[in-house]
Ligand binder design. Structure first.
Ligand SMILES: [Zn+2]
Length: 102
């Protein structure tokens, strides 16, 4: 089930803006891509690489002991109703090296 707020995500606005710019000025997207490729090596050097662990509660990838979703559910006092804690129990595969969470 997609996030109900996905349509309000910033990346949607950026996608629409880039498509408009591309329509008006052909090559805009390629120029943006080239600019990002130029600065990517520098960004990779200065960006701290986090090692992902499994959440001790639900098993989803996290940089902390407990993932943010479980932390919020615990704060709300409804952790036991966390759908992932029951329906996906034992079905999750750990992330492979270089694999990104969905
Ligand atoms: Zn969790």
């Amino acid at each position: 089930m997609p996030c109900p707020y996905a349509s309000e995500a910033l990346r949607n606005d950026i996608r629409v803006m880039l498509n408009r710019m591309e329509h008006k000025h052909a090559g805009t997207k390629f120029t943006v891509f080239q600019a990002i490729e130029k600065i990517r090596p520098t960004l990779e050097k200065i960006t701290k690489k986090e090692k992902l662990k499994e959440c001790s509660q639900c098993g989803e990838p996290t940089t902390e002991k407990i993932c943010k979703a479980c932390q919020m559910l615990q704060q709300l006092g409804i952790f036991n109703s966390h759908p992932l804690s029951k329906s996906l129990e034992g079905t999750r595969q750990p992330l492979q090296q270089g694999q990104r969470p969905l």
